[in-house]
Unconditional design. Structure first.
Ligand SMILES: Nc1ncnc2c1ncn2[C@@H]1O[C@H](COP(=O)(O)OP(=O)(O)O)[C@@H](O)[C@H]1O
Ligand SMILES: [Mg+2]
Length: 247
């Protein structure tokens, strides 16, 4: 599985996908300080970290620096040096990324991200299998449903409740998301990555812009889709997986 950094580099070379990537750098004292000065908040994540584990959100205030690890009340550090030591926590340098925090659209104050599933069918052709919105739990900085204590709902519901979208706007945003998903897959497979099931995490900001948060080229969760009341996507995922296995 390619690291988050490899994937970022891969997509930053793509002429139309690059604008959907949040600015991202390897974490150093210098990049941390630059990002904190430039953006309202940043995310700090391990290149090979998954399931929201160890995820950190940090920001600068007038007097100090604050950060949250996964969930809970912010901790305070007086200096950038102290913050740097806390967020790196003895991990090898070059294994951690700093990224602009996307101002994610939210439902009742809880941000959500979108999980899009694309899968190969029995003919080895990519198909759209479904998408859903993962809504963060209280005080959580991640939308990973199991880690963050959040819940899943439909993308249509999330877009209507967060951004007040009409059914026309929802339809157009759905089409844009799926189109971006297929471009993501095409670029990965064209450059030699192998996958037959891909789960893409996308963010929608408060202006409706789509951001690529992460691309999971192997073993994306099926169970997440079983959390929706409507089982259409879950059944589609199971049937595409079975078709692929049989051929
Ligand atoms: N740059 C970001 N801006 C806003 N939220 C983010 C950002 N990066 C991560 N998150 C939040 O953290 C969650 C987990 O991040 P992700 O990069 O998908 O790592 P993981 O592999 O741990 O799932 C995302 O689904 C999202 O809710
Ligand atoms: Mg993720």
């Amino acid at each position: 599985m390619p690291s988050k950094w490899k994937l970022h580099q891969l997509y930053s070379k793509h002429s139309s996908l690059r604008k959907h990537l949040p600015p991202t750098s390897l974490l150093t004292k210098k990049s941390l300080s630059q990002y904190l000065n430039k953006y309202q908040a940043v995310y700090i994540k391990g290149k090979n970290q998954h399931t929201g584990l160890g995820m950190i959100k940090a920001w600068k205030t007038e007097n100090d620096y604050r950060f949250v690890k996964v969930q809970g009340k912010p901790l305070i550090e007086k200096s950038i040096n102290n913050l740097y030591h806390k967020v790196t926590d003895g991990r090898p340098i070059q294994s951690i990324l700093v990224q602009k925090a996307i101002d994610l659209a939210s439902i009742n104050g809880r941000p959500f991200s979108i999980r899009l599933m694309l899968m190969r069918d029995g003919k080895r052709e990519w198909q759209y299998a479904g998408m859903l919105a993962k809504v963060s739990g209280e005080d959580s900085i991640v939308t990973n449903v199991r880690r963050g204590g959040g819940y899943a709902t439909t993308v249509d519901d999330a877009l209507a409740k967060s951004l007040g979208y009409s059914s026309d706007q929802i339809k157009r945003k759905n089409e844009e998301i799926i189109r971006i998903g297929f471009e993501i897959i095409r670029h990965a497979t064209d450059t030699g990555y192998r996958s037959h099931e891909t789960g893409i995490d996308l963010g929608i900001d408060n202006n409706g812009k789509v951001w690529i948060i992460e691309v999971n080229l192997s073993y994306p969760s099926h169970a997440l889709f079983n959390r929706l009341q409507d089982k259409t996507f879950y059944r589609k995922i199971k049937s595409l997986a079975a078709e692929y296995q049989e051929t």
